[in-house]
Design a protein around this ligand. Structure first.
Ligand code: SIN
Ligand code: FE2
Length: 217
């Protein structure tokens, strides 16, 4: 039975929530596509394996990463940057699957960023206790394009800060299928992820996968 009162609140139905002038959380946005996205992540990781990169200060990152697209985000002792070749294999990063591209463009458009053409998808894998400390995404050449993020697997708490590192942070729970888009005046907001809580996800087991799409080159 349906009631008009509940038309917009069906469980599992996508809905947008504004977080700032240029930031939107898209609840449940990627739920239907999730199995296909997960299959593509597995395919990408076959040719560009997940690895723990080293920060410029010499620390091994807790989050394991790989990339798809013409450019991939990398970190090592010399700094952060985008590279066309995977330093681990010497080969180009696997191309962005069509379903990745469509999803990212759709999310950006829903958040008001038409014409988003990502050339990079950073794929983050969090296992229990893995965290990502507060940072800005600022290695992309053109900061007028937004960042589009898609969360899969175990839930996480996203830290949503301000334009200064010391600004207060808001805790935003992200669950399987959620999208998050930040651009325009919110593009350089500090953000991070709290240590992942242990758990089991029906599709991904004991992990969280996050895709972030960027227009990097
Ligand atoms: C990132 O900031 O690159 C990833 C954020 C996330 O895993 O949700
Ligand atoms: Fe980031």
């Amino acid at each position: 039975m349906t009631s008009p009162l509940f038309e917009t609140t069906h469980p599992g139905e996508p809905w947008p929530e504004r977080l700032g002038p240029g930031a939107v959380r898209l609840h449940g946005f990627a739920l239907t596509e999730a199995p296909a996205l997960i299959a593509e992540v597995a395919r990408i990781a076959e040719s560009a394996p997940f690895r723990h990169m080293i920060t410029p200060s010499g620390h091994r990152m807790a989050v394991a990463m790989t990339n798809g697209g013409a450019l991939g985000w990398v970190s090592d002792r010399t700094g952060y940057r985008y590279e066309p070749l995977d330093p681990l294999t010497g080969r180009p990063w696997p191309p962005l699957p069509d379903c990745f591209l469509r999803l990212a463009q759709d999310a950006a458009a829903q958040a008001g960023f038409a014409g988003f053409v990502p050339d990079a998808c950073l794929i983050n894998r969090y296992q229990p206790d893995a965290r990502l400390s507060l940072h800005q995404d600022r290695d992309e050449r053109d900061l007028s394009a937004p960042i589009v993020s898609v969360s899969l697997g175990l839930p996480a708490v996203f830290l949503w800060g301000g334009l200064k590192w010391k600004d207060p942070t808001r805790r935003i729970p992200l669950v399987h299928g959620d999208g998050l888009v930040w651009g325009g005046p919110d593009r350089l907001r500090y953000h991070g992820v709290l240590p992942l809580k242990a758990g089991q996800h029906a599709l991904l087991g004991e992990q969280r996968i996050n895709l972030t799409f960027r227009q990097a080159g």
